[in-house]
Design a protein around this ligand. Structure first.
Ligand SMILES: Cc1cc2nc3c(=O)[nH]c(=O)nc-3n(C[C@H](O)[C@H](O)[C@H](O)COP(=O)(O)O)c2cc1C
Length: 110
């Protein structure tokens, strides 16, 4: 995990739980893993809410899942999908370099 993760006072660990019937069947039929979409939605809401509260946040998918699981006594059959760090940022937020909207959105055809 990144060195700054040790400085973050709050770390939220997002754990994948078993899906309900419709999500399981729908995911199987459409070959899509809806649980990961759900976790992505939750993660973005957490980060947006944190920003609204004046906090900084950072999503980390690259973590030592075994260690996190052991530390928090998460059962072995559960996946740790994301860790979200929260805290007050010590550095000014740098200007984001983002793609132009026409690079990521298309109309009528791909
Ligand atoms: C789902 C997801 C997982 C991420 N996992 C990691 C990670 O494990 N390690 C890391 O250094 N950055 C990771 N990042 C990137 C950072 O969270 C962050 O988005 C990136 O540093 C860009 O931040 P900025 O948009 O504020 O500049 C991940 C981002 C996302 C969206």
């Amino acid at each position: 995990m990144n060195h700054f993760s040790k400085q973050a006072p709050v770390q939220i660990v997002l754990v994948e739980e078993g899906s309900n019937f419709s999500s399981t069947v729908g995911g199987w039929a459409k070959n899509k893993h809806f649980a990961h979409l759900d976790i992505g939605i939750i993660a973005s809401h957490i980060c947006l809410a944190a920003t609204d509260e004046g906090l900084g946040s950072c999503m980390l998918g690259w973590c030592d899942e075994g260690k996190v699981r052991k530390t928090l006594e998460i059962p072995k059959n559960k996946r740790v999908i994301l860790v979200i760090l929260l805290g007050y940022t010590t550095q000014p937020i740098h200007e984001k370099k983002r793609k132009m909207i026409n690079e990521i959105v298309s109309f009528d055809k791909y």
